[in-house]
Design a binder for this molecule. Structure first.
Ligand code: GLC
Length: 526
């Protein structure tokens, strides 16, 4: 295919391993489960998979508390299983990305066990210890400092107290962390997603953060001293040099408190390839955040996108698009009323046609919805802490709905989180046989992207439309594609741009120039 670069032109599918497929009947997904569904992913038409953490973990933050960076959690499999997964993935022309959680370790990581064993242990300085805490808050609630009675000092943790922050100012730590990259590169991994990378370095004096308006303690501070320190740049250079010594590797960062401007500042030929700017998953005010109100209207989407385009274009950085992930209510739950799929179709069309690399979250292709848990069932630490103001992230992590058999074909036993009750009819097997399903729409869109370079790499040209519509062109030298969407339950007519248009894909089969309620129309100029 024309100059196809997998991480720029392709679509990356996020797998939350414990919820994807359980092959050994323990209620938890695993590597063999993933292997057994690679044919499914190949058939769907994605180009790469990103695995949320698979390392040994005490599960205080469900894998994001790592106790060994260079092994696989026994519940998921072994390193040999991982090698098999890499080989099987590559055999199908699919790339594989791992999640590196290097800002903090688990408090059970041998590095931390050593560090906390005595004040003069050689690894004491591998973490951040202090006699008197500053005012920093943990993002999962409470103070960011935990007293260690054994050695009489406090250690820093920006997340749970079982996730101590590593001291990135220590050169030995940086060396060890680069070793982690190398270990997985040598095993054939194609890239990495870096968890909260811009929090690695803290202010050298650990100065207090200034206050601001917010509801939760963590939101009542301006995070200027605990994240985004200039020392990150030299490390990114070093890491990129290592990555570039292997062919076609990729690194994408999870930008903490992302804005387009901040995001691009971390990307470039000697920094990250890309970083998430989360343009469509943020709230538009602190108050909206308290009530979990996500904005969603054609005008707002266009505004967000244009803002992002201006920043990314000027900087020459390739953007990413995210509608759902393991930290957010799924787009289908944010924007749809009940089980109606009109909005999930629109969200999917945007994800796969806006300029940038799409990150598709497992189950998004069948419109999976969040589960709702009783207080006593909540597992996620911030959900337990902040309930009922915030109920946590378990909702979007429920098991994949493969078919209508018991436990949705995910497992033969009760899974670690409940399956959504709609699985009897909302599942892969059912949607595969329904030509009008979101699954088949997604599959067709993925194929269209492959066939039409304009949809992957074309410029983005917004078109003026009525309030309930959104339309834009994607254009290369050879091709012009028109994407038109109706966000309303009334039909609309619109003025076609000059030329003769042929519809490539439509969710409702109207003719060019008119859209049925909630229709998505993708046409090509002939
Ligand atoms: C990132 C992850 C999230 C995790 C946190 C701490 O935001 O996406 O799941 O809880 O970092 O590692």
């Amino acid at each position: 295919m024309d100059n196809f670069l997998w991480w720029r032109d392709g679509v990356i599918y996020q797998i939350y391993p414990r919820s994807f497929a359980d092959s050994n009947g323990d209620g938890l997904g695993d590597l063999d489960g993933i292997i057994s569904h690679l044919d499914y992913l190949e058939d769907l038409g994605i180009d790469a998979i990103w695995l949320s953490p698979i390392y040994p973990t005490p599960d205080k933050d469900f894998g994001y508390d790592v106790s060994n960076y260079v092994d696989v959690d026994a519940r998921f499999g072994t390193l040999e299983d991982f090698d098999r997964l890499v080989a099987e993935t590559h055999q199908r022309g699919i790339r594989i990305i791992l999640d590196l959680v290097l800002n903090h370790t688990s408090d059970q990581h041998p590095w931390f066990l050593e560090s906390r064993s005595s004040r003069d242990n050689p690894k004491r300085d591998w973490y951040i210890w202090k006699d008197n805490p500053n005012n920093w808050q943990a993002s999962f609630g409470g103070k960011a400092w935990e007293f260690d009675p054994g050695t009489g000092q406090f250690y820093l943790h920006l997340f749970t107290k079982e996730q101590p922050d590593v001291n990135w100012r220590n050169p030995e730590v940086r060396k060890a962390q680069l070793g982690v990259f190398r270990f997985w590169l040598e095993r054939g991994v194609d890239g990495f997603r870096l968890d909260v990378f811009n929090a690695y370095f803290k202010d050298p004096d650990l100065a207090d953060n200034p206050p601001k308006f917010g509801l939760r303690g963590f939101d009542r501070q301006r995070h200027i001293h605990d994240i985004d320190q200039p020392e990150m740049m030299p490390f990114l250079n070093e890491m990129r040099t290592l990555l570039d010594s292997y062919p076609e590797r990729y690194v994408v960062g999870e930008t903490y408190f992302a804005t387009p401007q901040k995001t691009v500042s971390y990307c470039g030929p000697d920094k990250l390839h890309a970083a998430f700017s989360f343009d469509f998953t943020t709230f538009n005010s602190a108050l909206a955040e308290a009530f979990q109100l996500y904005k969603w209207s054609p005008l707002w989407i266009m505004k967000q996108f244009i803002l992002r385009e201006q920043t990314f274009n000027a900087a020459g950085i390739w953007p990413t698009t995210v509608m759902s992930n393991h930290d957010l209510p799924r787009a289908a739950s944010r924007y749809a009323r009940g089980e109606n799929d009109s909005q999930p179709f629109l969200a999917m069309a945007l994800l796969l046609t806006l300029r940038g690399t799409p990150f598709l979250y497992f189950g998004e292709e069948i419109g999976m919805r969040d589960i709702h848990l009783r207080h006593s069932e909540i597992l996620d630490p911030p959900g337990r802490k902040y309930w009922p103001i915030y109920t946590g992230r378990d909702g979007c992590r429920s098991p994949m709905q493969w078919d209508d058999s018991a436990f949705a074909g995910f497992s033969t036993v009760k899974p670690w989180l409940p399956v959504h009750p709609d699985y009897k009819w909302r599942n892969v097997a059912t949607e595969q046989t329904d030509l009008n399903s979101l699954f088949n729409f997604t599959k067709k869109l993925l194929a269209l992207r492959k066939e039409n370079p304009a949809l992957r790499r074309g410029d983005f040209i917004p078109l003026k439309t009525r309030g309930s519509m959104l339309a834009f062109l994607r254009r290369t030298h050879e091709q012009t594609v028109l994407v038109a969407m109706n966000f309303n339950n009334q039909s609309v007519n619109y003025n076609l741009p000059d030329g003769k248009w042929h519809i490539l894909l439509s969710s409702a089969q109207s003719s060019p120039g008119s859209l049925a309620p909630f229709e998505i129309q993708i046409s090509i100029r002939q």
